[in-house]
Structure formats: C-alpha cells, structure tokens
Ligand binder design. Structure first.
Ligand code: SIN
Length: 294
C-alpha cells in the first residue's frame, strides 16, 4: 500500500483582494495583514468607505491605518462602526480611567507589557471582543515594539484531517484569572474574573471559515479529556504558533498608526524588545451579539 504524505503547505485559500474603490491596500504578508492608506479615520466615513473597510478586514484580518490623528472620541466613534464598546475586566482596578479605553503603556518602570504572549483578547468573556483597535502614538526611540499576528484559519488548515475531526466538537475553558492574576498580579473583582467555555474550533460569522480557537493566554484546559491529554494537545497547538512563521505577520508601528485586528480569527503577541525605552497607545475593543460558535 502506498501511503501518500500530507502536504506541509496550506494553499492561500481565497483570492486576496488588493483593489478597493476607496483606499490603497498594501499586503504585509500573502494572507494576513494589510496597510491602508488614503482614508482619514478622524472624519465621518461614507458608506462606500465603511463597506470597503469591512471587506478588507474580512479579507486581511489585520488592518494598519497609517498617519491617523485621532482624539479619544474619534477613536471610539470609528470603533463603534464594528460593535458596542467593550469594558475590560481589569477596569475595576483603574478607577477614574475611561472604561472604554485600555491604556497600553510600557516604560522602564513597567513590571510587564500587555499581551506579551500569544493570545486572543479577553477570550474569557462569554462574548469576547470580536475586534480590537489599537492606536499607537509613541513608539520606542530605539525602534522595535512591533506586534505579531497569527492567522488562526491557517493554523486549523495546517492540522491533519483526523486531528481536525477530533478537535471539532470539543470545548475548552478560558479563564481570566490565568493572565490577570497569574501574570499581571491584579486583584480580582468581586465574583472573580470571567471564565467561560468556547468551542475549540469555531466558525467565523462573516467568512464562514473554521478557526482554531484556543490560546495560551486564557485557555486552561479542554473539557472532557484527562488533564494530561488536554495539556499535551494544547501545548501541541501553542507550539505550532511559536514554530511556524508562515502563520504570522508583523505590524511595525509608526506613531499615529491605528491597527484593527479580528479576534475571531487571529491571535497576537506584543514584542517588548525596547527596554528601557517607552511605547504608548490606547486600545478600544468591540463586542458582537453572540458567543463564538462552531
Ligand atoms: C494587546 O492588545 O494585547 C497589546 C498589543 C500591543 O501592545 O501591541
């Protein structure tokens, strides 16, 4: 019997559009990430511009808009086009701050930088943010401070058919205490941080494509397996992200760049390679109507 080897390649599965009527798009990688020029997010957007942004977001998952000049209200107004604004579970520990703005500030005095390991934003929520919009205004003088993004459609498609079949139908627990207490040492709110179960393989509500939806930031275990089975499977998936640069794109920030990413099909990791220099930005996240589903 001849056993056919599985291909290590995942074909770029959709025609990647680079022509949009209302702005210019330059891909950052062949399948994830694109830079957008020619749209001013501080001004009211036309229906055609918004339609193109939604289409480009579905096509590229991560959009970096250069040369934007936004105050907080403009940042929030643009974000509201995509969903209601999210309040971060750690907000209780930041009295006096705008609940809809998450400050991302790293200096020589910081104990940590937010999002330094691969994760999907706040996947511990029952309805996690569908997208996040980070506006960086200060980049480190020494360079660096990029953000890596991973294409979780491709991560699913890289698995063998038997492994895909096994993971579909399973659910996993995502626990906010893991990063917020474990890594950031914050005090939980009354009742604790959110903890919810989501399918291990989800279907993106806009594109209909399947996504590998577990992340090392929040996912503690797969339900119904022995703990050691769950640990091995999760470690195998997390190792795939670490090992495969072809899953990634890298956003190199310039001051006044707004990058929006789709948490339903990507993961990201902030690179803190600029100590003792500083980096500053503000993030708004948006929530949809329904929890992730298979
Ligand atoms: C985050 O939202 O996880 C932070 C990303 C970054 O600072 O690049």
């Amino acid at each position: 019997m001849v056993v056919k080897a599985l291909s290590k390649h995942v074909p770029i599965s959709q025609a990647r559009r680079t022509e949009y009527a209302t702005f210019e798009v330059t891909p950052i990688s062949p399948h994830i990430g694109a830079e957008i020029r020619g749209v001013d997010l501080s001004r009211p957007l036309s229906d055609a511009q918004l339609q193109d942004i939604r289409q480009a977001w579905a096509d590229w998952m991560v959009l970096a808009f250069r040369d934007q000049h936004l105050d907080r209200e403009a940042h929030k107004a643009f974000s509201r086009h995509f969903g209601r604004l999210h309040v971060h579970p750690m907000h209780h520990g930041r009295p006096g701050q705008d609940p809809e703005i998450l400050t991302v500030r790293t200096t020589a005095q910081s104990a940590y930088t937010a999002g330094e390991s691969w994760h999907t934003d706040v996947s511990c929520d029952e309805i996690p943010p569908l997208g996040s919009l980070l506006y960086i205004t200060e980049t480190p003088e020494c360079g660096g401070g990029d953000t890596l993004f991973a294409d979780m459609y491709m991560a699913f498609e890289m698995l063998s058919p038997p492994m895909q079949a096994f993971l579909q139908g399973l659910t996993a627990v995502h626990d906010g205490a893991m990063p917020y207490v474990g890594n950031y040492k914050s005090t939980p709110p009354e009742g604790g941080y959110p903890r919810h179960e989501h399918p291990v393989v989800t279907r993106h509500p806009v594109t209909g494509r399947k996504v590998l939806y577990v992340n090392s930031g929040f996912t503690t275990h797969i339900v119904g397996l022995q703990r050691w089975e769950s640990r091995s499977l999760l470690d195998m998936i997390f190792a795939l992200l670490q090992r495969e640069p072809k899953l990634h794109c890298r956003v190199r920030w310039e001051p006044n760049t707004l990058t929006m990413w789709d948490n339903r099909c990507t993961q990201h990791q902030a690179v803190w390679d600029y100590y003792p220099f500083s980096r500053y930005g503000e993030r708004v996240s948006v929530v949809g109507d329904a929890p992730p589903s298979a």
